[in-house]
Design a protein around this ligand. Structure first.
Ligand code: FES
Ligand code: FES
Length: 168
């Protein structure tokens, strides 16, 4: 059974007719071409690398059907920077070595985007917030440090400056 759906991804509108069982992660990668959203665990909901922001909330896109996102607005890793200017969280990952191979990084960034909208600056809270994403390369220490840097940078901004980094 098929249905026509429309999903806005990083401000671009995508309309397609898909099977009801078609996964959101496949819509993002195959129809929208946003291949920065990765599949790490074979659609089992374990690795978190497929995490995107759906109407403001971090969601594992391999656990959601595309038809469930009909009419939604999504943000993926491709929509995080503003032109050449990295999101403060991306800049912090770069500055503090929050990644090695980078395969998991889109999942961490989109998960933590949600957390940074109303963050708690404590190691426990940060580790809890990112507990749905797995990294095979790092010891998470650098990622926690990067999140704390991003919290500080965002806290020093005016509300208008800050809002620029959280479109959803
Ligand atoms: S691909 Fe692993 S949680 Fe979605
Ligand atoms: S940086 Fe390689 S899996 Fe996380």
């Amino acid at each position: 059974m098929k249905r026509e759906i429309t999903i806005t991804i990083n401000d671009e509108v995508h309309t397609a007719t898909v099977e009801h069982r078609y996964l959101l992660v496949d819509f993002i990668r195959e129809i929208a071409g946003a291949t920065g959203t990765h599949v790490g665990c074979g659609f089992e909901g374990r690795c978190g690398t497929c995490t995107v922001v759906v109407d403001g909330y971090a969601v594992k896109s391999c656990l959601m059907l595309a038809v469930q996102a009909d009419g939604a607005k999504l943000l993926t890793i491709e929509g995080l920077a503003r032109g050449e200017e990295l999101h403060p969280l991306q800049a912090a990952f770069r500055d503090l070595h929050g990644l090695q191979c980078g395969f998991c990084t889109p999942g961490f960034l989109m998960t933590l985007y949600d957390f940074l909208k109303d963050p708690i600056d404590s190691e426990d809270a940060i580790r809890h917030a990112m507990s749905g994403v797995l990294c095979r390369c790092t010891g998470y220490v650098h990622i926690v440090a990067a999140v704390r840097q991003a919290i500080a940078v965002l806290a020093a901004m005016t509300p208008t400056e800050r809002a620029r980094w959280f479109p959803l």
